[in-house]
Design a protein around this ligand. Structure first.
Ligand code: COA
Ligand code: SAM
Length: 341
């Protein structure tokens, strides 16, 4: 496990006991005085499975996928780049790894009168939070942007003026051995479009026959709900999922249409299912209540995959469009969340 900003080391020492003699706890702190204090405390406690790291939580000096659990107590609120801190926590976690921290959060951000904002800032300073804490929705968004799912924020103490202590939890999805789930980036463009084209070449994935340019693809997709699965040995993108809004009308704010593609060399081994499951969870974390799509009736793999993760067939749009000169039916499918909306 890794403790972000361990200070005197109380949590890292307790955790070192919990991970057992064959486990390891990393103490990370920017202050050399704090590291020295924590080292002395470890010695006194007779704890030997702690490694002390001098560095910042915005640039964690550990390789990717090297820890199972990230903890932290009242440090992330001090960071001047909280997005970088959460992205680093995601990077160093192994797939399936857990993030669970205690931190300071605020009810709302820029809303409120000048007097309310002044009082909130004063309360934050009083409890030692000097870099302005995240609002609860912003914390959730930054965790999702980093690639986390299963985000939970539980308030544990009310400091007044909309300032709270909170336990914040999230999880890095697990896809399968040697595979990693992460947000899709612009640098994935070529490989994402290649997997897309290979799917289109099957003739059963879509009415489209040619993958679009990255600019057109990217402009049509939501930027916060697009993910890839990459092979950790080669870095190659082997699957992706992305979505678009079905309407700009506010009433449909929680309704999206998705696409999912797995490289032919990686199909039928559970990647589609794991990727779609993580995507649905991230969608629910960000307030999505319905995910919909259309499937050719002949696409038995896609139908099986979607039914396996809770989609139902609404009906058949008969001969709705022409594909390579042939009129084709499309099955309309949707998954309605039972927890959102
Ligand atoms: C559809 C697709 C995404 C499925 O991904 P995948 O990683 O191969 O699927 P999984 O291995 O996770 O399998 C998920 C479920 O579908 C079933 N399935 C997968 N391939 C199947 C096939 N060819 N025939 C029947 N069932 C199949 C699996 O048995 C599994 O069900 P289970 O969990 O109940 O056993 C993949 O085939 C693909 O990329 N196809 C081309 C693009 C496409 O059609 N996208 C969908 C557009 S609507
Ligand atoms: C409020 S103390 C909390 C210490 C400990 N987690 C605890 O609960 O006792 C904050 C600690 O985080 C460290 N810290 C603050 N900002 C940091 C950063 N950006 N990177 C690494 N450490 C940082 C400080 O040096 C200090 O030890």
């Amino acid at each position: 496990m890794l403790d972000l900003g361990s200070g005197g080391g109380i949590d890292v020492l307790l955790s070192a006991r919990r991970v057992g003699p064959r486990g390891r706890a990393y103490d990370l702190d920017a202050g050399t005085d704090m590291l020295e204090l924590a080292r002395r405390n470890a010695e006194e406690a007779g704890v030997t499975n702690v490694e002390f790291l001098h560095g910042t939580i915005e640039h964690v000096p550990l390789p990717a996928r090297s820890v199972d659990v990230v903890i932290s107590n009242r440090v992330i609120n001090l960071s001047d780049d909280k997005a970088a801190t959460l992205a680093e926590a995601f990077r160093v976690l192994r797939p399936g790894g857990r993030f669970g921290v205690s931190d300071i959060v605020t009810d709302d951000g820029d809303t409120g009168t000048a007097e309310e904002l002044r009082r909130r800032a004063a309360t934050e300073r009083r409890i030692g939070c000097t870099a302005a804490s995240l609002t609860i929705p912003r914390y959730r968004d930054l965790l999702l942007e980093a690639g986390f799912v299963g985000v939970g924020v539980t308030l544990t103490a009310d400091h007044g003026d909309g300032v709270h202590s909170a336990v914040v939890k999230a999880r890095k999805p697990r896809i399968g051995p040697g595979l990693e789930f992460r947000p899709m980036r612009d640098t994935d463009a070529e490989q994402v479009l290649e997997v897309y084209q290979l799917g289109l070449d099957s003739g059963q994935a879509s009415f489209e026959t040619t993958a679009p340019s990255w600019e057109r693809f990217s402009a049509g997709k939501l930027h916060n709900l697009r993910y890839v699965v990459s092979d950790t040995a080669t870095g190659q993108v082997v699957a992706w999922v992305a979505a678009s809004r079905v309407s700009t009308r506010p009433v449909y704010a929680g309704v999206i249409e998705h696409s999912v593609y797995v490289h032919p060399g990686y199909r039928a081994c559970g990647i589609g299912r794991a990727l779609l499951t993580a995507f649905i969870e991230a969608g629910e974390d960000s307030g999505i209540w319905t995910v919909q799509s259309g499937i050719f009736p002949e696409n038995t793999a896609s139908l099986a995959l979607h039914e396996a993760v809770g989609f139902r067939v609404l009906g058949t749009r008969e001969r709705v469009g022409r594909h390579h000169g042939v009129w084709r039916d499309v099955l309309m499918i949707e998954r309605r969340s039972t927890t959102v909306g």
